[in-house]
Design a binder for this molecule. Structure first.
Ligand code: FMN
Length: 164
């Protein structure tokens, strides 16, 4: 069963979760870059307001074809209690997502707001069947905690697909 794990990460936390997940369930990892190329201060001054407004960034790669996968995982850092503009763009850029199982996760300082609900609604709007969502804190990432619930969601979704 093929899993595609797509993520945006500026300071490494979301990447760490994505890489641990890939090590445990297999699948392909895809890192997406925001071509705005924010500085540390720029992330707060420009990136966070854009995230709050729900804007989509210009990203590389611009199109993400997921038709060859059974499950698509999307991971985001939380910016201003929202998904990042890069991840909003990821969800818009997914080609072949209709009818696929999806799982979302975020990493944050502990105040994710409605980030996961927003991603879930956006993916459902693209026709994905969202199976679940997991929020990690930076502390979880540093301690390597919480990954089992994400692994479980992906494995369970894969099993259900086999039964159907
Ligand atoms: C611009 C910006 C805005 C942030 N906003 C929030 C927030 O609203 N709530 C929160 O808990 N953490 C917030 N954080 C912390 C990040 O969500 C956290 O450090 C995350 O793990 C970063 O992911 P990354 O290392 O993959 O880039 C923010 C960080 C940045 C840079």
């Amino acid at each position: 069963m093929a899993v595609c794990i797509i993520y945006h990460s500026e300071t490494g936390n979301t990447r760490a979760v994505a890489e641990r997940l890939a090590a445990m369930v297999g699948g392909d990892l895809l890192a997406v870059r925001d071509l705005a190329g924010y500085s540390k201060v720029g992330m707060y001054l420009k990136g966070a307001p854009r995230a709050m407004r729900g804007e989509a960034a210009v990203i590389e790669p611009a199109t993400i074809v997921v038709s060859g996968y059974e499950t698509v995982v999307v991971g985001t850092p939380v910016w201003a209690r929202s998904p990042t503009p890069a991840v909003n763009a990821v969800i818009n850029a997914l080609a072949g997502i209709e009818g696929k199982a999806a799982v979302v996760f975020c990493t944050s300082g502990g105040m994710p707001g409605k980030t996961l609900e927003t991603m879930t609604a956006m993916l459902a709007g693209r026709g994905a069947d969202v199976r679940g969502a997991v929020a990690f804190t930076v502390r979880d990432v540093q301690k390597g905690e919480g990954i089992e619930s994400l692994v479980d969601l992906v494995r369970r979704s894969e099993k259900e697909l086999v039964v159907q």
